[in-house]
Design a protein around this ligand. Structure first.
Ligand code: FAD
Length: 416
């Protein structure tokens, strides 16, 4: 069923009895051409583009919980393509271009809002680093503007400029960045894939791999054995565990990242703002709540909840930037499990196990990547060759030394 003004009017006049479920809650079949493990944003987007762009429709997405229950429904919804390094920038810009046409493409309101992403700088050295990043973006045809202090003040007069411990000197602005409603992105991709014949199977955990002559030919699940021509892993924070079932040890650690939402207030924050002297980022949801976050908790965990030390650290960042935030009440907080890679950049590649493909290592930033990640993973699964914009995201770069270390932090997942 297509959403349009006409379908809305028709349903309004007929008592809203004709709406169909957003996607088909399928039971697993015995075999598929492609099985995707993980019904998060990346798994669903992969299935959508496999069906839509590559004509491969005999596909199942196997999700151990429910659609939207993982990181895709837990993130702070920021989308942007303000990257420095050649391996990353074209890929994230491809994602941004897909975001810009996404709602028309999958005929679903994902509330994509290009309200701007502003990274604040607080020192001359940080200004120079942002100028370099902004120039790298422009060389790749991506929009960026370096604002001085007055430029930032005009956009966000409520920030502390004068008596702060880390006075704001300016900011790097990407106007095309912004936010998207995270769970609607999952639902939109699920709907688009399901409409094209993909089976979305919830409550179906993959517990092992079926192997014949060294090749994976299927998966064992809590709902029986399913054979597959090819298998794609897109399980985010569970990547090491699922890969371990195939005998692979990945350069990935799982860490908790928390997010916070305040009570709703009148419109205050124009876009996304990040603090440059600590790890704190904030935006305002369309319902009025301030949505913010900071660092990962800093220890390995598979628990979807964090601890109080990071709550305090995040709130300190907020107070340093805009002390009036201290008068707000916190409504909710939650955690998600991040697949932190050793260089902070993702992996979209074949694995050494024949028939098994990997999409992982998204760290803090995988939501904004969702459309391009799905597109490029579908390309790899369909054609057995990497998409040009994702060609650097190889698994063997950790052996060869061709790392994509955007932050220059070294092999320290807790610092990426
Ligand atoms: C608090 C927080 C804030 C964030 N903020 C941002 C942000 O502002 N911008 C941004 O770009 N990124 C952000 N991220 C990161 C982003 O959300 C993730 O990188 C991205 O969602 C990961 O990809 P995914 O959507 O496919 O993951 P998920 O939604 O986690 O999908 C993986 C799925 O695999 C399933 N699974 C795991 N094991 C199995 C199994 N054995 N069998 C079957 N299914 C399995 C899981 O249940 C899960 O549903 C944030 C993350 C968190 C937690």
């Amino acid at each position: 069923m297509r959403f349009s003004v006409l379908s809305l009017a028709r349903e309004a006049l007929t008592g809203h009895r004709g709406w169909t479920p957003t996607w088909r809650d399928a039971a697993p079949r015995d075999a598929y051409d492609v099985v995707i493990i993980g019904g998060g944003g990346h798994g669903l987007a992969t299935a959508y583009y496999l069906a839509k762009e590559f004509g491969i429709r005999n596909v199942a997405v196997l999700e151990k919980g429910w659609i939207g229950g993982g990181n895709v429904g837990r993130n702070t919804t920021i989308i942007r393509s303000n990257y420095l390094l050649p391996g990353n920038e074209p890929f994230y810009e491809q994602a941004m271009k897909l975001w810009e046409g996404l709602e028309q493409d999958f005929n679903y309101n994902a509330m994509v809002s290009q309200r701007g992403v502003l990274n604040l700088y607080h020192s001359d050295a940080q200004r120079d680093a942002y100028a370099r990043r902004g120039n790298a973006m422009r060389l790749n045809g991506v929009d960026s503007e370096l604002l001085d202090r007055d430029g930032v003040r005009a956009m966000a007069p409520f920030l502390t400029f004068d008596d702060a411990r880390f006075p704001i000197q300016g900011g790097l602005l990407q106007r095309r960045g912004g936010t998207a409603r995270h769970d609607a992105v999952a639902w939109g991709y699920a709907r688009g894939a399901s409409d094209r014949g993909v089976d979305i199977v919830q409550h179906c955990e993959v517990t092992g791999f079926l192997r014949e002559a060294g090749r994976v030919v299927g998966v064992e699940t809590t709902r029986g054995t399913i054979r597959a021509g090819k298998i794609g892993m897109a399980v985010a924070g569970h990547s090491s565990r699922v890969a371990g079932m195939a005998g692979l040890r990945l350069p990935i650690e799982s860490h908790v990242l928390q997010a916070f939402v305040s009570e709703g207030i009148k419109p205050l924050i124009p876009g996304v703002i990040t603090f440059g002297a600590g790890h704190f980022y904030i935006s305002q949801s369309d319902k009025g709540g301030l949505v913010f976050g900071g660092d990962i908790d800093g220890y390995n965990s598979y628990a979807q909840r964090g601890n109080l030390a990071v709550v305090e650290d995040v709130c300190e960042g907020g107070m340093a930037l805009m002390p009036m935030i201290g008068r707000l009440r916190l409504l909710r907080s939650w955690g998600g499990i991040m697949d932190m890679s050793m260089d902070g950049s993702p992996i979209i590649d074949r694995t050494p196990v024949d028939g098994l493909y990997l999409n992982a290592g998204w760290c803090y930033g995988g939501f904004k990547a969702t459309p391009a990640s799905g597109f490029c993973f579908a390309h790899l699964l369909a054609r057995d060759e990497p998409h040009p914009v994702a060609a650097a995201f190889r698994l063997d770069r950790f052996a060869s030394g061709h790392l994509i270390d955007e932050k220059g932090a070294g092999a320290q997942p807790n610092l990426h």
